[in-house]
Design a protein around this ligand. Structure first.
Ligand code: FAD
Length: 503
């Protein structure tokens, strides 16, 4: 019941499945690990109904400025400006323990979920029509459960992954870093830098992140010959922070040495058993995407598993979970690795050449690059085709006027498959959904009030249609763009492809 398992449980329960979620620990981990999240994740929280509850623990992510060997600015990563494409500030920082508590509390209120804490999964046996699970309580009592499907969201050392014999592929990143979280006092707040930083110095690369409120994170590369364990002690930590702060400016919250890895499961599903989150992948934290990727797994999987279990979809739909998420994690991890290698170049000459190349590319002005540009689209799986740049991306979320109030559209529009059509082209896309396909809600979209009374306030969907040069878009239940069309014929072909996934 880490963040991945909690989100998956909530989504599955809301889709009407009966869910058992358990965790070996009785409480959440009370120290922050993840510190950054993004607008896709806030949209998932919206679906679960917890955005209001998490808001106090979330703040916009400041720009991240990269500094080179001579201390000069060489690169800057930022966030997209408003109007926000998914309805939220695109890059955010957050406090993990209270956010996980909100998630757990929400799951606890859902009728179809049974939460069992202090229960460790000890054995898992695959049968043709179920999975038999054996748990052990803290008191040493055994419990037996049969489940139709099992999703191991049990973290980096996943028992489930190992029990079904899934191996990890090493994507080639392995560096020791020390992570230090501090809570600043007023003096520290006024003294420390007001932007996040990547200090790309070969002698000791480090990262500084401005977390919510007075929380600041330092990630410091560990040098050859240093003892990662000894480095965690306050006596060794303070000298490492000395260029920014002293014990006069705040207190240490936690210090921990990690190996930053890039690992990816070779398979994500064995029959009735799947894995998600850190159990399926681990990536270096340079872009703050580890937990986000786990929540993307949960969001990608939930509707497919729910439709399969309800007898609405085929096994082929569930198979796309592994195809899509594995491809996406591999691509994003490759991009994160590239950022990590840029930050952590240890050869001084290569670092000087890196700075020169980046400055040359910038041609005198370091323009901020939105962090969101690093996100790859899906390019395999449940998609109509992949030739168009819109396919496989996340469809925007506009604010609309609803009952006289500005409201995010996901809160008002139908869930499930939706066909968004520009109202000016609505007559080109009239169709009868064949009985075997899932129901598809047609939504006519207009910048001006439409026949359905929808009036967009932010303009992000109208602008998307113009930018993508299409008149209609078929959107999956997880907001991923399945296909885009300029004619009814193109839409008919795409609907035919859906038969692979629906009996
Ligand atoms: C230094 C650092 C910085 C990071 N920064 C970021 C960031 O900025 N942004 C970001 O998105 N991510 C970040 N991450 C990654 C993020 O913390 C993890 O990806 C995320 O917490 C994983 O969530 P999870 O639910 O998949 O696994 P976990 O949080 O590990 O949860 C797994 C749960 O399974 C339970 N469990 C394990 N085995 C069993 C068993 N046999 N039976 C029952 N229960 C079991 C555990 O008790 C645990 O609660 C960072 C990680 C580190 C280490």
């Amino acid at each position: 019941m880490g963040p991945t398992g909690a989100v998956l449980s909530a989504l599955l329960a809301q889709m009407g499945l009966k869910v058992l979620v358990c965790d070996a620990s009785t409480d959440i981990y009370d120290k922050p690990r993840a510190i950054a999240l993004d607008h896709e994740i806030m949209r998932v929280f919206q679906e679960i109904g917890i955005t209001k509850a998490v808001e106090p623990f979330v703040e916009p992510f400041t720009d991240s400025k990269f500094f080179g060997v001579k201390g000069q600015l060489i690169k800057c990563m930022s966030t997209l400006p408003p109007p926000y494409p998914l309805g939220y500030v695109p890059s955010l920082v957050f406090s993990q323990p209270p956010l996980e508590r909100v998630l757990r509390e929400k799951v606890g209120t859902l009728e179809n979920v049974q939460v069992k804490l202090g229960l460790r999964l000890m054995a898992l046996d695959h049968a043709a029509d179920h999975v038999a699970l054996t748990f052990e309580s803290l008191a040493g009592q055994k419990e037996h459960v049969q489940a139709k499907y099992v999703v191991g969201c049990d973290g980096a050392s996943s028992f489930v992954r190992q029990a079904v014999g899934i191996e990890l592929e090493d994507l080639g990143f392995d560096q020791p870093w020390l992570v230090v979280d501090v809570l600043l006092n007023e003096k520290g707040m006024s003294k420390l830098p007001k932007v996040s930083m990547q200090i790309c110095e070969p002698k000791r690369p480090c990262t500084y992140v401005i977390g919510p409120k007075n929380h600041r994170r330092f990630e410091v590369a560990i040098n050859e010959g240093e003892d990662p364990k000894a480095l965690q002690s306050p006596e060794q930590v303070w000298p490492l922070l000395a260029r920014w702060m002293t014990p006069d400016d705040g207190v240490l919250w936690r210090q921990a040495s990690y190996r930053f890895h890039a690992l990816l499961a070779k398979e994500w599903r064995r029959g009735r058993v799947m894995i998600a989150g850190d159990a399926a992948h681990q990536q270096p934290p340079f872009l703050g995407q580890g937990m986000c990727q786990g929540i993307r797994d949960a969001h990608n999987l939930a509707w497919k598993l729910a439709q399969l279990i309800k007898g609405q979809a085929t096994q082929a739909l569930l198979d796309t979970y592994a195809q899509e998420r594995s491809m996406h994690v591999r691509e994003l991890t490759t991009r994160i690795k590239a950022i990590g290698l840029l930050v952590a170049e240890r050869d001084e000459n290569k670092a000087l050449a890196r700075d020169e190349a980046l400055l040359k590319e910038a041609a005198g002005e370091i323009k901020p690059t939105p962090r969101q540009n690093v996100q790859p689209p899906l390019n395999v799986g449940c998609l109509s085709h992949t030739e168009h740049p819109a396919v496989g991306t996340v469809f925007p979320q506009a604010s609309i006027m609803h009952q006289g109030q500005e409201t995010l559209m996901d809160d008002v529009l139908a869930k499930g498959w939706r066909l968004f059509v520009q109202s000016t082209h609505a007559s080109d896309f009239k169709f009868q959904s064949p009985g075997s396909l899932p129901s598809i809600e047609v939504i006519e979209w207009a910048a001006e009030p439409s026949s359905q009374g929808l009036r967009e306030c932010t303009g992000v969907v109208a602008e998307w249609f113009t930018r993508m040069k299409v008149h209609a878009a078929l959107i999956r239940p997880d907001h991923c763009v399945f296909g885009v069309f300029n004619s009814g014929l193109e839409l008919t072909r795409a609907l035919d492809q859906l038969h692979t996934y629906y009996p």
